[in-house]
Design a protein around this ligand. Structure first.
Ligand code: GDP
Ligand code: IMO
Ligand code: MG
Length: 443
């Protein structure tokens, strides 16, 4: 069965290896579309002995074929976008305006948003944000005073909107005896940056409609993770956007006619990316966290430090209660399991299969999760999975563990990753194999 559209999302708390998986699937895609979040995302991609760090530009940029869209659901810090584009061009990649389009409806993050983010973190409830101004920029967007990428093309209109936005926020600064970043500085820096970004700005929401009516193969790239979803995650310890697959339809946007045109089976395949264990950075509950030598060992072996902020990530065994919840909410068809190799060498590998006294279908809000006592089931450990790319070459206990994840979440095992490179990836689902025209399942 072939499929034209894949939506990838993080199925945990972010940093699952989405960037690597999107790059792997990109080779035969026509478009790779980022549909939410901003430069709070940080992806590390290891391709052909080079390491690339991405935040806003879709992870399809390294593959030669796909065009790239930063969709309407994203919030963009123009300065960091220009920096990222410059870095990628210097690394020899094609990031021309013909290849990369940026939705005119995408929100703009301004210096004032970053300062508001910091104020909230230091003087209000600490969420442990990335400090990139994400929350305040999305608030302004839904408060209808936000500035959108298209607005940057009209300097007079931009200045008037900026003034109104400042007026709204000034009382907060006054309350804390602080001064916002000077408005003139923001105007001056936009005057410098906008000419560089202008050619990328895409006014038409119909871009993907046309592509999809022509049967384009589209890969939608989610950032963050489903447990950080603004509505269904561990609120308020979440990010400020919808991170579930449904957001791809509005945050691209995608063509509804393409959604209708399924012949056999799903036409928008929803792929959840999960590590073989759990990590979380920032505040908020994580029931399967291990504050012991094993947790430390996972952190050390996995070098679990954030790409964006360098903060240490909390580590623990994989949480199947959370993953089942995400699989249902996100309508996941398949799982891409990454970082199996990091679990090499443990005598036993744990899986959180339930929370004490919590019914199987319980809503996983922050309150339930902060009190949850994990029930672990242990699998025999394994060794030697690093860079293995064939199912039958994986140690039997590792295969049993992987099969258990799929059964428990009612999904299929679509991909398994055993190292950071493209080569250390196995394709186990026919749909994935057809999309990226790779069939190492059968080699
Ligand atoms: P993302 O934000 O979801 O794209 O994930 P990050 O890039 O923040 O973190 C994932 C890290 O794991 C990156 O450094 C990847 O290069 C790396 N990675 C991805 N898959 C694997 C894998 O299977 N094994 C190992 N050892 N590293 C991996
Ligand atoms: P990628 O795409 C991991 C977390 C922050 C914080 C919360 C809110 O690389 O997986 P925000 O700055 O969004 O207001 O922070 O969300 N967070 C991430 N954690 N990976 C990410 O992105 C994240 N983006 C945000 O740590 O807890
Ligand atoms: Mg990351």
């Amino acid at each position: 069965m072939t499929i034209n559209n894949i939506i990838t999302v993080g199925a945990q708390w972010g940093d699952e290896g989405k960037g690597k998986i999107v790059d792997f699937l990109s080779a035969e895609a026509d478009w790779v579309v980022r549909f939410q979040g901003g430069a709070n995302a940080g992806h590390t991609l290891c391709v052909d002995d080079k390491v690339y760090k991405l935040s806003l530009v879709p992870s399809g940029v390294i593959a030669k074929k796909p065009k790239l869209l930063v969709g309407s659901g994203v919030v963009i810090d123009p300065e960091s976008m220009v920096d990222e584009i410059t870095r990628l061009i210097e690394a020899g990649l094609s990031v021309s305006p013909e290849r990369l389009r940026v939705s005119a409806v995408a929100g703009v993050i301004l210096p004032i948003h970053k300062m508001l983010d910091e104020i909230r973190e230091t003087k209000g409830r600490k969420i442990g944000t990335t400090g990139r101004g994400i929350g305040p920029a999305y608030e302004d967007r839904v408060g209808r005073r936000g500035i959108r990428m298209g607005d940057l093309l009209d300097p007079a209109g931009f200045e008037a909107s900026l003034e109104a936005l400042y007026q709204h926020h000034l009382p907060v600064f006054a309350y804390f005896g602080l001064t916002p970043p000077p408005m003139e500085d923001t105007i001056a820096s936009m005057q410098q940056i906008v000419p560089r970004l202008a050619p990328y700005i895409e006014p038409s929401p119909y871009l993907m409609f046309h592509a999809q009516l022509n049967n384009a193969r589209v890969l939608y790239e989610g950032a963050q993770g489903a447990m950080l979803d603004v509505d269904y995650g561990t609120y308020p310890y979440v990010t400020s956007s919808s991170t579930l697959p449904a957001q791809a339809l509005m945050g691209g946007p995608a063509s509804w006619s393409a959604l209708d045109r399924h012949e056999k089976g799903p036409h928008f395949y929803r792929l959840g990316v999960t590590k073989a264990y759990s990590t979380r950075v920032g505040e908020g509950p994580m029931p399967s966290q291990l504050d012991d030598a094993i947790g430390e060992s996972i952190a050390t072996k996995g070098a679990e430090f954030g790409t964006v902020t360098g903060r240490a990530r909390r580590c623990g065994w994989i949480d199947l209660v959370a993953l089942r919840y995400v699989a249902r909410l996100g309508g996941l068809h398949g799982l891409a399991v990454t970082r199996l190799d990091i679990l090499d060498g443990f005598e036993q590998v744990g899986v959180c299969v339930g929370y004490e006294g919590v019914p199987r279908d319980c809503v996983l809000d922050a309150q339930v999760m902060s009190q949850a006592k994990p029930i672990f089931r242990y699998f025999e450990g394994w060794d030697g999975t690093a860079n293995v790319r064939h199912w039958h070459l994986l140690p039997k206990p590792a295969r049993k563990f992987l099969e258990f994840l799929a059964v428990e979440t009612s999904t299929e095992l679509a991909l398994v990753s055993t190292g950071p490179t493209r080569e250390s990836t196995m394709v186990l689902s026919d749909v994935m194999g057809a999309f990226c025209r790779t069939t190492n399942k059968y080699e």
